[in-house]
Design a protein around this ligand. Structure first.
Ligand code: PEP
Ligand code: MG
Length: 325
């Protein structure tokens, strides 16, 4: 089975009736690049940069970061690499950067909020990413955006990083695409406004589910309430994708739901073609796409959007996945 799946690495991810998907990899380390390429990833849809900042005593320098981003960009060839700026806080801590003790870390000092508060390390990271953009198809992505102002403020720091590189005479892609994660309910609600500020959206279902359902993604005791197929989530997905389509910007999904083959009908019905998932999920999802009839799957998904409970949606999508395997 595993050997058979491996044969799919170089095969296009296309449904029986000709709908193509682009399957990219989420990466938590440089080591994973090898698995991603082996499993036929079409680029990196989410490069989590946290690991560069962890297990050390100080912020990584511009040079250190640049070397890593450049390596990944070069390895990806023509395919794009979406580098997400630091998403620390919440469950992730840094030894050398004492984050305050908080009652609700996931609602607290986290991700873009830290970057906009501590703009110096943020600018250093953006500078390193910009430099790597001269060596491949690199894109920037901001995590945990909840307002238009945050995007504007982050872009102001980005412009400073560009001006600095101009002064130093160092090359970068001046037209680099800058996207945002949609993972906070407010971002979904104002996705039409955010679509005017961003070059692309990537939906982070891991945090989105946590915030929409008010269910801590780390809390075992309420893990049974963590329902990616909750009707509220389906509606949020639809709102976001429609806003992106109306604005004419690309929208991808990079949360765990992208790696769940039962969700394929939802992407087909919504018109999402770009999925990014852990490298280990790529071949399994591709296998299911190859065995899916898009027209039929859309019908199933359309019915799911009318269902009233998480379990009804989950059962229906599971049954469909079973039938098309
Ligand atoms: C997400 O929230 O869905 C996501 C992809 O980001 P992370 O899991 O790193 O928070
Ligand atoms: Mg997230």
């Amino acid at each position: 089975k595993k050997e058979q799946l491996q044969l799919l690495a170089t095969v296009d991810a296309v449904t029986k009736d000709g709908t193509y998907f682009n399957l990219a990899a989420n990466m938590n380390s440089v080591k994973e690049m090898e698995i991603a390429l082996k499993n036929g990833a079409q680029g990196v849809g989410l490069f989590r940069t946290e690991f560069l900042y962890m297990d050390r005593h100080n912020f990584p320098t511009e040079e250190e970061q640049f070397e890593v981003y450049k390596l990944v960009a070069e390895n990806a060839g023509q395919a794009s690499v979406v580098i997400r700026t630091l998403d620390i806080g919440g469950d992730k801590q840094l030894d050398y950067f004492a984050l305050p003790e908080e009652e609700n870390p996931f609602l607290g000092y986290r991700a873009i909020r830290i970057s906009l508060d501590r703009t110096e390390p943020f600018q250093t990271q953006l500078t390193a990413i910009l430099r790597a953009s001269a060596y491949g198809s690199v894109k920037i992505m901001y995590p945990m955006i909840s307002s238009v102002d945050e995007v504007k403020q982050a872009n102001a720091v980005l412009r400073r990083a560009m001006a600095d590189l101009d002064r130093r005479g160092i090359a970068y892609d001046p037209n680099i695409k800058v996207g945002i994660m949609i993972e906070v309910p407010a971002a979904v609600t104002i996705s039409d406004l955010l679509a005017e500020e961003a070059d692309f959206f990537s939906i982070g279902t891991n945090d989105l589910v946590q915030y929409v359902l008010a269910v801590d993604r780390m809390n075992e005791q309420i893990a049974h309430m963590y329902h990616p197929f909750h009707p509220a989530i389906l509606r949020m997905l639809r709102t976001t994708v429609e806003a992106a389509h109306r604005a004419g910007i690309p929208v991808s999904v990079c949360g765990e739901l992208a790696g769940d083959e039962r969700a394929i009908p939802l992407w087909l019905e919504l018109g999402v073609k770009d999925l990014s998932m852990s490298p280990q999920s790529l071949l399994r999802v591709k296998h299911r796409i190859l065995n899916t009839n898009a027209a039929e799957a859309k019908g199933e998904a359309a019915a799911c959007f009318k269902l009233r409970t998480s379990s009804a949606v989950e059962e229906r999508l599971s049954a469909f996945a079973e039938r098309s395997s």
